[in-house]
Design a protein around this ligand. Structure first.
Ligand SMILES: Nc1ncnc2c1ncn2[C@@H]1O[C@H](COP(=O)(O)OP(=O)(O)OP(=O)(O)O)[C@@H](O)[C@H]1O
Length: 216
């Protein structure tokens, strides 16, 4: 049995709005084992992004239980939640939101490591993981797919054990999406736990497991 990274039990999340409470996540129950690619699937508005924010410890669920490596993230102090959050790396759907546009490729890896208080990153990962010879390139010189690929490599530079990706291929054409999927699977092979919210069939096809959120 692989290690359990997340245990999610009857998790509910409501947002307060001026026109009343909005239930974004309703009774979500699933496990995320350490191995493989876990995909959260569901139609627009089904709560995928909210669930990723809860898994990323950016927000506390309104109800239910959510543990990360056995730590009860609902009841932990803010300080303990911050320490746990350092092991988790979030990737957003728009590639440029994941990178510092004014830094080159190498310095993006270095900045990710510094922000996570990790050791100096191995820049050679660019050559091994699909971005050979790009260390000195500006971010704007990379294609969207290459930018998103680099975003996943910044997670390695940050020494993250968990990567949470919100619709990582939705802004990309199918070739670029293919590059990103390859990179997600490479991270999985390197022992990183990858959770992606996605309704892209190409991502669903390579998923190790899929948790479907219902229409509400
Ligand atoms: N900050 C917020 N305040 C109020 N309501 C919100 C907030 N964020 C999300 N919601 C609502 O919660 C529900 C779930 O949204 P969420 O973005 O998590 O779903 P999603 O499956 O990721 O959708 P999409 O694929 O369109 O991004 C929606 O009804 C949305 O309008």
């Amino acid at each position: 049995m692989p290690d359990l990274v997340y245990s999610v039990r009857d998790v509910v999340h409501r947002y307060r709005t001026p026109s009343g409470d909005v239930t974004a996540v309703e009774a979500a129950t699933f496990d995320v084992p350490a191995d493989g690619l876990t995909v959260l699937a569901g139609p627009s508005g089904s709560g995928k992004s909210t669930l990723l924010r809860l898994l990323g410890i950016l927000e506390r669920p309104t109800g239910g239980e959510l543990t990360l490596h056995g730590n009860d993230t609902v009841r932990l102090t803010e300080r303990a939640r911050r320490a746990l959050r350092r092991k988790v790396h979030l990737i957003f759907q728009n590639p440029v939101d994941n990178l510092f546009g004014y830094l080159n490729v190498r310095d993006n890896l270095k900045a990710a490591a510094q922000l996570a208080r990790a050791d100096d990153p191995d820049i050679g990962m660019l050559d091994r993981l699909g971005l050979p010879g790009t260390a000195d390139w500006a971010i704007s010189a990379l294609s969207g797919g290459q930018q998103q690929r680099l975003a996943f490599l910044t997670a390695l530079a940050a020494n993250a054990s968990v990567v949470l990706a919100d619709e990582p291929t939705s802004q990309l054409d199918s070739n670029s999406a293919g590059l990103v999927i390859e990179t997600m699977l490479e991270l999985v092979d390197l022992g990183v736990t990858v959770v992606a919210a996605s309704h892209d069939d190409a991502v669903l096809d390579v998923a190790t497991r899929v948790y479907r959120l219902g229409d509400k």
